[in-house]
Ligand binder design. Structure first.
Ligand SMILES: Nc1nc2c(ncn2[C@@H]2O[C@@H]3COP(=O)(O)O[C@H]4[C@@H](O)[C@H](n5cnc6c(=O)[nH]c(N)nc65)O[C@@H]4COP(=O)(O)O[C@H]3[C@H]2O)c(=O)[nH]1
Length: 689
């Protein structure tokens, strides 16, 4: 292109800078502007339009200071430009904030050159690089930095930046007290030597792992710090691009303690601190696997504090709890460290004796356990004696599975209780048969009332003098489809144990009084009815009211109801029993002491409780005709009862001889096979008056 000598300044530039302009025209990301000596635009590329907003047409001919220079800088720019043209004082490249067409700031890095063209005219070229993105990136970097710092200060975790061989490069910690060693001792050093050997090794092995694995690797460790034993969780992340590893360390002592506590609560009994049922059974399973492997014997002991329920009921749960704690301590003390004692619940404990050479070897521990209870317990200044009953099952003789062994030890304990408590019993096969029968009875007893399997029989009671019927004793019978006829001696104790005696007992009372009403009406006689009451029935808070309302419903005078209780009912000395008896007496109901002669036959109870009648057990009656001591005893009992104002009833009279003797002794009432067996209602109603 040729210069056009028309005095047009624009024309000059093309002559001078044509090849360069072609280059600048092609670059959009850089702004290139050309100015003449008066700072008028002679060149304005596309990049300038993009940065400053003015098109080439708009910019051409305009003065630099009026175009993109902010007001405060204008004087300065004019002066600098002049100095350059006149005195050759170069304007240095600099970061400047200039102005967009829309008035906004434009941040650029501006470099400048001054040409003198062939007409000796000076032209200044400005090359501006938009710094908006750079600034934005810088701002973002600063923001991120600040954000990281804020995070670092806000969270309590420790951060370590390490080379991927474990050399510590940098760290961040909120409180230097949380550092195991001071920074000067670990910066630039390998983490393995900055921490205890085992922890250092953990770090190194996990650093190796995180390098192989792309995800985060975490592990726990603990350190002894001046402020205690501290648990940490370390999370490692590999910065593969930089061959570095970041470790974020968190103090998890509190969580650890909470988890330990939860674990402890899940496995240990909170009262005695002994292993609970869950842990005890787990230990039993472990012990059995070991015993199987080593072909050794082990023993499973079931322990139960005798009459603990009574202690709890009379002295209160607080004392009961204290006794359990002390008992647990005594039990633990006498066992070998290898053995386990656990609490199964209530007053039941389990003892696992490991590695026994023989069955007899268990005896030593059993005796120590019984002996541990020989000295009294001292509680709040008072002394209490406790005894325990122990059932023992031996692996492998009495079972190889934990469930069999537990069941058999329980059965043996039941036997120990039955043989008078404060003793032990080894499991035997006969016990197993008894227990199986027991379980069958228990199973069938549930629902027996609903299935109408019970029937009340009545054994007539006669005056000894002339054998006139004065009443009857209600005796329960149970006929079950699969088990046949079950005697009360067998099922009543089970009904007591399960608590089913409460509804069953109410059934008997209701049936007996309903029948009595029918019987009294039919014969127009004021017969009485005797009903047995079990100890467990006294724990039924509705008992007295039930009797009261049933008497009312059946129109029976309270004095016609005779409640038979055994010494066992009174022995616990529970206040609720005394209260129930007093209330029943107030109703007008009569009270008989049953089975006299079989237990302690404590005369004290006869004085203490308002009895009307005393029933001499049939085992004595049977002996009176053959055996003098029995005869003397019965004679004395009758005399004593009479002196206390009690009516005497003889049970189980089977022979005329017995009857005659009882007549001689002045016994009042009798019942027995001689006169009649227990009868059904129909049979009894057919009897002559
Ligand atoms: N060898 C012999 N035995 C005679 C003779 N006369 C009566 N008997 C039996 O002696 C038991 C007397 O009842 P118990 O001492 O109260 O002893 C009762 C009583 O303690 C309990 N029992 C029975 N029915 C009930 C009941 O409804 N409630 C409660 N709680 N216990 C009951 O079961 C025990 C046994 O009852 P049963 O088997 O009916 O046995 C009855 C009766 O059948 C005789 O001349 N010779």
């Amino acid at each position: 292109m040729k210069p056009s000598h028309v005095g047009n300044i624009v024309a000059h530039q093309y002559v001078t800078n044509d090849p360069l302009h072609q280059l600048f025209d092609a670059v959009n990301v850089i702004s290139v502007q050309g100015y003449d000596e008066e700072r008028r635009v002679i060149y304005w590329n596309k990049g300038s339009e993009l940065i400053y907003g003015y098109t080439q047409e708009e910019a051409t001919g305009k003065k630099l200071e009026n175009l993109i220079i902010p007001k405060p800088m204008q004087e300065l720019v004019i002066k600098a430009h002049r100095e350059w043209i006149k005195n050759d004082i170069e304007i240095p490249a600099a970061e400047l904030t200039l102005r967009h067409k829309n008035g906004n700031d434009v941040c650029v890095f501006s470099s400048h050159v001054l040409f003198t063209n062939q007409y000796n005219v000076k032209q200044m070229y400005c090359i501006d690089i938009d710094l908006a993105e750079v600034r934005q990136a810088q701002e973002q970097a600063t923001f991120k930095q600040q954000m990281l710092e804020t995070i670092f200060t806000a969270i309590p975790d420790l951060f370590f930046l390490m080379a991927d061989d474990g050399t510590i490069i940098d760290y961040h910690v909120n409180n230097e007290q949380n550092l195991y060693v001071l920074p000067e001792h670990f910066i630039g050093k390998n983490i393995a030597i900055s921490l205890p050997k085992n922890v250092g090794e953990l770090f190194i092995s996990h650093i190796e792992e995180v390098k192989q694995q792309k995800s985060i690797v975490s592990f726990n460790y603990e350190l002894t710090m001046p402020h205690g034993q501290i648990f940490y969780e370390a999370r490692l992340s590999h910065l593969a691009k930089y061959d570095q590893v970041i470790a974020i360390i968190r103090d998890i002592t509190e969580q650890q303690k909470a988890a330990d506590l939860i674990r402890h609560q899940a496995y240990f009994d909170s009262l005695t601190n002994l292993p609970n049922r869950f842990l005890s059974l787990d230990r039993l399973n472990q012990m059995l696997s070991e015993a199987k492997r080593n072909q050794r014997k082990t023993a499973i002991l079931f322990l139960d504090i005798d009459d603990f329920k009574k202690i709890n009921d009379t002295l209160g749960h607080e004392i009961g709890d204290k006794l359990l704690v002390q008992s647990a301590k005594r039990l633990s003390r006498v066992l070998r460290s290898d053995d386990t004692v656990g609490r199964l619940g209530g007053d039941e404990f389990i003892v696992l004796l490991k590695d026994l050479s023989s069955q007899e070897a268990a005896m030593e521990s059993v005796e120590s356990l019984l002996k541990a209870f020989r000295s009294p317990f001292t509680l709040d200044g008072r002394e209490l004696m406790l005894t325990i009953s122990i059932g023992i099952a031996i692996f492998p003789e009495n079972g190889t599975s934990s469930s069999d062994l537990i069941r058999n030890a329980d059965t043996a304990m039941y036997q120990a209780k039955a043989s008078g408590r404060n003793t032990y019993s080894f499991f035997t096969d006969e016990m197993n048969t008894i227990m199986q029968r027991r379980f069958q009875l228990e199973e069938q007893m549930h629902g027996a009332l609903e299935r109408n399997e019970f029937e009340v029989y009545y054994q007539p009671q006669y005056t000894v003098l002339n054998q006139e019927i004065i009443g009857a004793e209600a005796l329960l019978r149970w006929n079950n489809n699969s088990l046949g006829n079950i005697t009360p001696d067998e099922f009543i104790p089970i009904a007591e144990h399960t608590g089913l005696i409460v509804p069953i007992g109410r059934y008997v009372i209701k049936q007996a009084l309903t029948f009595l009403n029918q019987w009294q009406k039919q014969n127009a006689l004021n017969y009485s009815i005797s009903v047995n009451l079990s100890p467990r029935q006294f724990r039924d808070p509705g008992l007295v009211n039930f009797i009261k309302s049933t008497l009312k419903e059946t129109h029976i005078a309270a004095s016609c109801l005779n409640l038979e209780i055994t010494e066992g009912v009174l022995m616990s000395g529970q206040s609720y029993i005394y209260q129930a008896i007093s209330k029943l007496k107030k109703l007008g109901v009569k009270l008989a002491m049953d089975d006299f002669g079989t237990g302690y036959s404590s005369l004290n109870y006869l004085r203490q409780y308002p009895f009307d009648e005393l029933k001499i057990d049939r085992s004595f009656i049977q002996g009176i005709s053959e055996n003098k001591p029995d005869c003397d005893l019965v004679k004395a009992t009758i005399a004593m009862s009479h002196s206390l104002g009690l009516t005497v009833v003889a049970e189980g009279v089977e022979t005329n001889e017995q009857l005659t003797l009882l007549q001689d002794m002045g016994c009042n009432v009798c019942q027995g096979y001689l006169l009649n067996r227990p009868l059904t209602i129909q049979q009894l109603l057919k009897l002559p008056k």
